[in-house]
Design a protein around this ligand. Structure first.
Ligand SMILES: C[S@@+](CC[C@H](N)C(=O)[O-])C[C@H]1O[C@@H](n2cnc3c(N)ncnc32)[C@H](O)[C@@H]1O
Length: 226
């Protein structure tokens, strides 16, 4: 049974926290460069853990490209964070670093998104209780696949807070992610693709698939097996 999770690009390390809650033997390591989200997680999320859960959680302020990261059975790169690596050589060295620090039989889970709407400028807003969330696709360059995205927020009764989060990314495709993982030495890769409801929207259930379908916007998971 896998017991050690490493959450790369962990930010406020919420996945790590959830992992420690699943089983009293589960250990979690979070890795992030930036002390600001780490400090937020330490102030707001870590105190919600029991002593046993907190004792099994370690946060490392470090670059995911560095050698010597903690070994793990599962490494997660979530929220498309690896899209920050804009050239193949750097993304490959990241995947190779994951492979080197995975225990035998371990897996890397990296999420991905795309679809025709990601290749155009647009802004969509979603209303939540007390605030509105904006996903702003400012630009996409089809020659480089570089994209600039922002998240804005507007709290009820306040001015819109622009560019609270900024994402300067390369839009990697699913076959590229698989190929680069395989070039880095993963013995097998697999895409988990989301199923559809009768209305044609995503149903939240992701299964191993070799064939997807055209969508305006999709999210998927790419798994690399050591
Ligand atoms: C898109 S955020 C995702 C945060 C978190 N995974 C989540 O879902 O909330 C990307 C995170 O990656 C971190 N980051 C960027 N480059 C990094 C690197 N080379 N090594 C470690 N962390 C990095 C940033 O500091 C930021 O917290």
């Amino acid at each position: 049974m896998p017991t050690i999770l490493r959450e790369d690009f962990c930010g406020t390390f919420s996945l790590c926290c959830e992992w420690t809650k699943l089983n009293s033997k589960f250990v979690a390591h979070g890795v992030d460069l930036d002390d600001e989200p780490i400090a937020y997680g330490l102030e707001h999320y870590a105190p919600e853990l029991s002593k046993s859960q907190r004792d099994r959680l370690t946060i490392h302020q470090n670059n995911v490209l560095n050698p010597g990261l903690p070994k793990a059975d599962i490494i997660c790169a979530m929220n498309f964070s690896h899209y920050i690596f804009k050239d193949r050589a750097t993304l490959k060295s990241y995947f190779a670093n994951c492979l080197a620090t995975l225990n035998s039989g371990g897996i890397l889970i990296a999420d991905a998104f795309g679809g025709s709407r990601c290749g155009e400028a647009n802004e969509e807003s979603t209303k939540h209780k007390g605030f509105t969330y904006y996903w702003d696709q400012e630009s996409f360059d089809p020659i480089t696949n570089y994209a600039q995205y922002y998240i804005h927020f507007k709290l009820e009764g306040e001015k819109k807070r622009e560019k609270v989060f900024s994402y300067d990314w390369r839009m990697w495709s699913l076959p590229e992610l698989r190929e680069i993982m395989e070039e880095a030495g993963f013995k097998k890769t697999q895409v988990y693709w989301e199923g559809s409801t009768k209305a044609g929207t995503g149903n939240g259930i992701f299964r191993p698939s070799e064939k997807g379908e055209e969508c305006e916007a999709w999210i998927a998971y790419v798994i690399g097996e050591k």
